[in-house]
Design a protein around this ligand. Structure first.
Ligand code: FMN
Length: 230
């Protein structure tokens, strides 16, 4: 199993004050720890966009994308070097593990910058007006997305008091087919800013759900191995 882990919080997971540690990163750590306990063989690539945000795309980047490969200048190749590398990491992965905070009701800019960098015509998607009103089609497939997030407020779930303000998971779900995602598992811890019993309950539930996801992933890794050795 090949896992690409993207961490998007600007907070680390090792602050000496426990309450300052990134919750989304800790959820990611819990998932990886459970895979270790379950003795699941996996390879992992880490992309910490929270600590090292990718550059924003610009006009030169766009022009380079739309220049056929054989016509790209050395400068254009350089312009796309990071994008090529990030795309290769995504294409390599079976599982995309994204740990992210909610910032301003959506994803952090660094995570959006990563998505803009990997979303490439003729690499992640093809564009063909012969498809009518839906000209964009994914070129990657078969990946599983595990989305582990944390919010300060609450009620972002379906039917919740802030459902309409939630532009984090719905946004990522909308674009996920273009990352090759066909299956999504999601955990969201809420109430961080209240630091009360509701937050503690949400944390307990979030970590328990994360362990369940790791166990399901472990089972699918076993069945994959059995199939491969059959
Ligand atoms: C810049 C910034 C913007 C935030 N915006 C929101 C928000 O719009 N809604 C919300 O519920 N919480 C918001 N929060 C709170 C975070 O989502 C919360 O602290 C979360 O636990 C951060 O994830 P982390 O623990 O992985 O760092 C914001 C926090 C920061 C630092």
């Amino acid at each position: 199993m090949k896992i690409l882990r993207i961490d998007a919080s600007v907070r680390g997971d090792d602050n000496e004050r426990h309450s300052y540690r990134s919750i989304s990163r800790q959820l990611g750590n819990a998932l990886m720890e459970r895979l270790r306990v379950n003795e699941i063989h996996h390879e992992i690539k880490l992309r910490d966009v929270g600590k090292t945000p990718p550059a924003f795309i610009d006009e030169a980047w766009l022009a380079a994308c739309f220049t056929p490969l054989e016509k790209r200048t050395a400068e254009q190749q350089q312009t796309l070097a990071l994008s090529d590398q990030l795309f290769d990491e995504l294409a390599w992965a079976d599982v995309l593990l994204i740990t992210t905070p909610m910032y301003n009701y959506g994803m952090p800019a660094a995570l959006k910058a990563w998505i803009d960098q990997v979303s490439r015509v003729n690499k992640t998607f093809s564009f063909d007006l012969a498809r009518g009103d839906f000209p964009i089609a994914p070129l990657l497939s078969g990946k599983q997305l595990i989305l582990l997030s944390s919010t300060g407020e609450f009620g972002f779930e379906a039917g919740g008091v802030r459902e309409q303000m939630n532009h984090l998971a719905p946004h990522i779900r909308a674009l996920s087919p273009y990352l090759g995602v066909e299956q999504i598992e999601e955990v969201q811890v809420q109430y961080q800013e209240f630091d009360d019993a509701r937050h503690q309950a949400s944390l307990r539930q979030g970590f328990a759900l994360t362990v369940e996801i790791a166990d399901r992933l472990s089972n699918s890794a076993f069945s994959y191995r059995e199939k491969a050795s059959a």
